[in-house]
Design a protein around this ligand. Structure first.
Ligand code: 5GP
Length: 211
């Protein structure tokens, strides 16, 4: 069985990463959305072990010390991290795994020379980004200001990514990301073993017959 591919999806708060990733995973049974750990308190409607593993700061620090995270970062004053074991297990089972993480986390994965596809999700316009951050309705004015400033900084990191996808509407963004995954799976570099085996089959036959 082929090991799955690791997809890293980043983008500013308000780009719609959550919805796009959720739709991707719902529509593609071979895709698994990694569940991150965080010290942020749950928002209304969020459930432990579904949206995040909601941890205490102490527990999160213990996990850091144990080396349990593939990457982790402090975002808006809270810790967020990807649990290594969970991701490896799913990849080994053949699932393609999506990490919806911030640019600091993506940088760690890049620095560890981990093979992954890096996708940056963009809002349709800056104006729309502002509206979306304001319109979320779950955060206070200070948090909104902080999120917009952080979003602006995050956008500057786009140059390190492999692909940019504008989220003008969710179905199109999903389609574009599906196309990226498909194209990546057809890369010669990726399927070297399969291709070598395919070519070796030719060596077994008497090719002179076909000349
Ligand atoms: P939120 O609190 O809105 O769910 O997420 C805030 C930010 O943290 C988002 O940019 C999200 O992508 C990022 N984030 C969520 N999980 C992780 C993670 O496991 N690692 C990192 N580095 N960032 C994460």
């Amino acid at each position: 069985m082929n090991k799955g591919v690791l997809l890293v999806i980043s983008g500013p708060s308000g780009a719609g990463k959550g919805t796009v990733c959720q739709n991707l995973c719902q529509q593609n049974p071979n895709l698994y959305c990694s569940i991150s750990a965080t010290t942020r308190p749950p928002r209304q409607g969020e459930r432990d072990q579904v949206n995040y593993y909601f941890l205490s700061e102490q527990k999160f620090r213990d996990f850091i010390e144990q080396g349990a995270f593939l990457e982790w970062a402090r975002v808006y004053g809270n810790y967020y991290g990807t649990l290594q074991q969970q991701v490896e297990k799913k990849l080994n089972e053949g699932f393609d795994v999506i990490l919806e993480i911030d640019t600091q986390g993506a940088k760690q994965i890049r620095q560890n020379s981990r093979e992954a596809i890096f996708i940056f999700l963009l809002p349709p316009s800056m104006e729309e980004l502002w509206n979306r951050i304001q319109g979320r309705g779950t955060d206070g004015p200070e948090v909104i200001k902080e999120r917009f400033a952080a979003a602006y900084l995050e956008l500057q990191e786009i140059w390190d990514y492999d692909y940019a996808v504008f989220n003008e509407n969710v179905p199109n963004a999903v389609k574009n990301i599906e196309a990226i995954i498909l194209a990546e799976k057809c890369r010669i570099k990726k399927d070297r073993d399969i291709l070598s085996r395919f070519l070796e089959e030719g060596d077994k036959g008497d090719l002179s017959l076909h000349r």
